[in-house]
Write a protein that binds this ligand. Structure first.
Ligand SMILES: [Zn+2]
Length: 243
């Protein structure tokens, strides 16, 4: 899960969302009407999907698991919990059908103070709440990380764990070669990673350098010190490459 910057919507789409919300506000069956309105709003959904697809750091991929294609406009806060957020742009995320329809559904755990526990990729950095082990599994660092891993099934889905394992190995290998040769990395050096769902692993790798967690992942000391010396460059590459 990579943080993404939510951009303002075009004025016409924004006005459509506001009009739909105003209609729901006067409804006596907000949940039922919100469901019907969302189902019938095909062109609005397509507009939102188009806009979300271009905002992803890995275009058109699921903002929760980063492995599958983003096919659905997901409601971060489920319609059932707050029907008035059905057409709220700040409640829309691009998700794969598994994350949206099978894993998350209408689950929305809260802490004792009523705050959401599920991480929101539009406002949270998952690397603050979970860390990627070299096995490809996520390890929770906070209760929000634990709930997010559980709700989205991030460690239950074998194909996700395997993909993250390969991605982590791919990232470490690139840095191993650069450290051995003492060369300065460029976006071109990352070309081999292009076909891996690597961006999540790269994000966690960079976070691990900054927090000093990298040695705990079994990464050799030479690679760790190279990465530490090049942290600014690595962060710049991460922003530039959009793998
Ligand atoms: Zn997904």
């Amino acid at each position: 899960m990579i943080p993404f910057a939510r951009q303002p919507l075009p004025a016409e789409l924004s006005a459509t969302l506001a009009a739909r919300t105003a209609q729901l506000r006067s409804s006596t069956d907000r949940y039922g009407d919100a469901r019907k309105a969302w189902t019938s709003a095909g062109s609005t959904r397509r507009g939102l999907k188009r806009h979300l697809s271009t905002a992803c750091i890995r275009p058109a991929f699921c903002m929760y698991c980063h492995e599958s294609r983003g096919t659905d406009v997901d409601h971060y806060e489920p319609i059932k919990r707050d029907p008035l957020r059905t057409f709220d742009w700040h409640n829309h995320l691009l998700a794969c059908s598994y994350c949206n329809q099978q894993a998350k559904q209408e689950v929305f755990p809260l802490d004792p103070a009523g705050r959401p526990l599920l991480l929101d990729p539009a406002s949270d950095d998952a690397a603050d709440h979970m860390t990627l082990a070299s096995t490809g599994e996520f390890i929770d660092l906070t209760p929000r990380g634990a709930e997010t891993i559980a709700v989205l099934g991030l460690n239950r889905r074998g194909e996700l764990v395997q993909a993250r394992y390969r991605s982590w190995r791919g990232v470490v290998r690139i840095f191993e070669q650069a450290a051995r040769a003492e060369t300065v990395l460029s976006v071109d050096d990352l070309e081999d990673l292009r076909f891996l769902p690597v961006v999540d692993a790269f994000h966690h790798f960079a976070h691990d350098i900054a927090t000093g967690r990298l040695p705990l992942k079994g990464v050799r000391a030479g690679i760790v010190s190279y990465a530490q010396r090049n942290l600014t460059l690595i962060r710049a590459l991460f922003s530039a490459c959009r793998l």
